[in-house]
Design a binder for this molecule. Structure first.
Ligand SMILES: Cc1cc2nc3c(=O)[nH]c(=O)nc-3n(C[C@H](O)[C@H](O)[C@H](O)COP(=O)(O)OP(=O)(O)OC[C@H]3O[C@@H](n4cnc5c(N)ncnc54)[C@H](O)[C@@H]3O)c2cc1C
Length: 412
């Protein structure tokens, strides 16, 4: 089987790269072993939330100039980051995702534990805060679902009170949600969103919210609506009589799954082939060139392409692995930035900045992956597999994915 381009990994970076290439008329395949970290993400997209000293960043495009030379933004050129990030937003819009932010300044999103984190772009339906000193609502209704443990109401209430809001809480259910409670494992955000996908159910929930919200200026509820499209979100927002905002829950992330689904649909609409559940097990590299890859589902088939992109993520997605002896890249055994001495991989305190979070595959200035110190001319790397930063600490995960994926697409 022959494609123009094969992308290994179907997360944010693989999908954006695939869409950018397919838009150019290329015949592109994305091979994805499983779900990506989008399924755990917040529904907000970070460029840079914290500088290297841990201080909150207001203007991320200004602050990235002070980043360490190893940061992957340097691979695309610091001055190119705003343009590439804006191109990513254009792809979001084409895919049917609308949002807020995405300009020069960060805003805040509220986490499920009620704390505020700076971010760059958030989906439209999300509660965002421009300035914690001037939260626009004095009275809010916080809606919860009985038996749903992945949205800690007390912590969110505290978070909203810190913003100066009076918080009233209301428990909301409909018969089919009550039925799900019989099995506690069913009470996960994605399952609730499947129940709340139909107009009738949403109408019932909206009616109950309206009854409880008479004294509130706005309604806030967990992100349990809109698993695979924006329509259910718009439907309920159109029926609740007060401004309705969603807050992220503990994983799985309904907005994250929505982003993944809509990007994937857009990729397919451009003629892209998405092979889910298929793992790239290896490939033939000869004379610094990757000739084909082999996969778990098509063991007798050589998948050939002119260019390949490695977008397999970090440790969480098996893009990198570790054993007692080494940190390694499991598909091609590419060079990594991890030191040989395993004592250097971790800091003694779990609260420290952990060195292993910065590991990734080695690439040259053209973002071609290195093996044995030599570049593989048609194998590029993008996204979290690159390393050089700590997304949890710096709040720059999606930014790295967006700009490195689109830069690789330009290079191919
Ligand atoms: C829990 C969590 C929450 C996060 N939340 C946010 C957030 O709210 N905002 C934000 O900006 N950033 C967030 N990030 C960071 C950001 O989401 C990640 O940096 C980013 O999603 C990584 O995208 P990726 O496409 O590079 O890799 P991934 O999302 O990890 O995707 C890798 C893909 O490669 C596939 N794969 C791996 N190996 C193979 C193989 N051999 N063959 C085929 N496929 C393979 C995997 O199955 C997966 O589909 C979060 C990260 C984590 C871990």
């Amino acid at each position: 089987m022959k494609f123009d381009n094969i992308i290994i990994g179907g997360g944010l970076s693989g999908l954006l790269c695939g869409i950018a290439l397919a838009r150019e008329g290329r015949h592109v395949a994305i091979i994805a072993a499983g779900q990506s970290t989008l399924h755990f993400s917040s529904g907000s997209f970070d460029i840079l939330g914290y500088d290297t000293g841990g201080q909150q960043v207001t203007n991320p495009f200004e602050a990235i100039h002070a980043l360490d030379a190893k940061h992957p933004y340097h691979l695309v050129g610091i001055d190119n980051v705003p343009l590439l990030a804006t191109q990513a937003l254009r792809i979001f819009t084409e895919s049917g995702l609308s949002g807020q932010g995405g300009m020069t300044h960060n805003h805040f999103r509220m986490t499920p534990t009620g704390s505020l984190r700076p971010t760059w772009f958030s989906l439209d339906d999300y509660l965002t805060v421009q300035d914690p000193e001037s939260f626009p609502y004095r009275k809010v209704l916080l809606v919860s679902v009985p038996g749903f443990m992945d949205f800690p109401v007390s912590l969110v209430t505290e978070g909203l009170r810190r913003l100066g809001a009076q918080v009233e809480t209301a428990s909301m259910s409909v018969p089919s949600l009550t039925h799900r409670r019989q099995s506690p494992s069913e009470m996960r955000s994605a399952n609730l969103a499947k129940v709340l996908a139909r107009d009738k159910k949403l109408q019932q929930v909206a009616a109950r919210i309206n009854k409880a919200a008479s004294g509130a200026e706005a309604v806030i509820m967990p992100a349990i609506v809109g698993l695979d499209s924006q329509e259910a979100v718009e439907f309920i927002r159109g029926r609740v009589q007060k401004p309705l905002h969603f807050l992220s829950t503990m994983p799985p992330s309904v907005p994250g799954v929505r982003v993944q689904t809509l990007l994937r649909k857009h990729f397919a609409s451009l003629g892209g082939v998405y092979m889910l559940g298929n793992t790239v097990t290896g490939g033939r590299i000869k004379d610094g060139h990757l000739h084909f890859v082999e996969t778990s589902l098509l063991p007798d088939e050589r998948l050939e392409a002119d260019d390949f992109v490695l977008a397999t993520g970090s440790f969480a997605s098996d893009g990198l692995k570790a054993n007692y002896e080494r940190v390694y890249e499991p598909v091609f055994d590419l060079d990594t930035t991890a030191p040989a001495d395993r004592m250097q991989w971790v800091s003694p305190s779990v609260f420290d900045d952990q060195p292993y979070m910065y590991y990734g595959v080695r690439v040259n200035a053209s973002m071609q992956a290195l093996k044995g110190g030599r570049a593989i001319s048609n194998l590029y790397a993008a996204g979290a597999v690159l390393g050089g930063h700590n997304a949890a600490r710096q709040a720059d995960g999606a930014g790295v994915d967006m700009v490195t994926a689109l830069r690789v697409a330009q290079r191919i």
